[in-house]
Design a binder for this molecule. Structure first.
Ligand code: WQD
Length: 327
């Protein structure tokens, strides 16, 4: 298929582009490089269009490339920042996505894969979280993702736009063949922070609280390898195009790993005694978040392959060792 990947120069977007290319699809990336990196574009394998989803005309002319489907990963994703600058998230995440959806209708692109998030669920009422769990986001970032899901539901009903909303849990890891070298800049997520500390870019990892109701007192999360996530995108697009119907599924490892476990394993894998210090809790952090991915397995035949903690950390450490000068 001929695929447009909006945000395909980003950390997750470049892994998604890589997966579509490996599966012999034709790929065009549309990205404004505000956080995505030029080095994440696979020269000679995919087309690249520099553009912004807030510039409707720019977006529309890019979308007129006769695409069978599109993948949209061009969103701001820092939950903490979204509570300080919601207007930035309204504009980029909601208005930007409305531009994409309206552009899809105008150019006849019928299939949309949307990067959603476990943040739509908010505080877990039960675990593991399945797709029937109430969606009551605790932060504005999660709210923007849920609002976009609601708009797509109406566009499906009124205009026959078919979508796959993929609710990511914690994306981590790097391409095992080392084909993606762009490291996230100024990350706030745990794994890149641990790795920046391991290469000496940061003094220490701050552990945001160890007084949670978990075995070691630190928060538990469901970390999913970006290559597993990417495979889920390909499977989802192929599914909605074949079945001509929309779906919403979780993509997670279904395993919980605590902050301390992650740091200890990172010390073992890197051979670095990574400095870490317990600090106060970070607002909005639930003690535990783990996914049920049974729906994705059943409907898409999707299966995690690389999401074990050793592979997550080893592939990330390889990426940071290779590119330590770029952070
Ligand atoms: C993981 C755990 C922190 C950094 C976020 C978004 C979510 C999704 C994934 C996009 C938590 C702890 C972290 C640090 C720490 N994004 N931590 N010290 O918050 O689970 O989810 O990214 O879809 O929407 O909210 O990920 O990596 O920030 O934190 O102790 O320096 O690590 O408290 O328990 P999170 P995270």
């Amino acid at each position: 298929m001929n695929i447009l990947i909006i945000g395909g120069a980003g950390y997750i977007g470049s892994h998604v582009a890589r997966e579509f290319l490996d599966r012999k699809h034709s790929v065009t990336v549309f990205d404004n490089l505000s956080s995505g990196l030029r080095e994440n574009i696979f020269e000679g394998e995919e087309h690249f269009v520099l553009g912004d989803i807030l510039n409707y005309n720019q977006l529309l002319s890019a979308m007129k490339g006769g695409f069978d489907g599109l993948v949209h990963l061009a969103a701001f994703k820092a939950a903490g920042e979204s509570m300080i600058a919601p207007e930035k998230y309204s504009l980029n995440n909601i208005s930007g996505t409305i531009n994409i959806l309206n552009g899809a209708l105008e150019t006849g692109i019928k299939y949309v894969v949307f990067s959603s998030s476990a943040a739509v669920y908010g505080e877990p009422q039960y675990l593991p979280i399945d797709e029937k769990h109430p969606a009551d986001p605790e932060n504005y970032y999660g709210f923007t993702k849920l609002e976009i899901e609601r708009i797509m539901l109406w566009y499906d009903k009124l205009k026959g736009l078919r979508y796959a909303s993929l609710r990511y849990f914690n994306a981590a890891g790097y391409d095992l063949m080392g084909r993606i070298s762009g490291l996230e800049q100024n990350p706030s997520n745990l794994l890149p922070v641990v790795m920046e500390t391991a290469i000496g870019k940061r003094k220490e990892v701050q552990i945001f609280g160890n007084d949670y109701d978990t075995p070691d007192g630190t928060c538990i999360r469901d970390y999913i390898h970006v290559s597993d996530l990417a495979a889920g995108h390909v499977a989802a697009l192929e599914y909605i195009a074949a079945a001509d119907k929309s779906l919403t599924v979780n993509l997670g490892s279904e395993e919980g790993v605590s902050v301390l476990e992650m740091i200890e394993t990172a010390r073992h894998i890197t051979g670095v005694d990574i400095p870490a210090r317990i600090t106060g809790r970070r607002a909005g952090d639930p003690a535990r978040l783990t996914a049920s991915a049974q729906a994705a397995k059943k409907v898409l035949g999707w299966q995690q392959k690389y999401s074990g903690v050793q592979t997550l950390l080893a592939s990330t450490w390889e990426a940071y060792k290779r590119n330590r000068r770029s952070v």
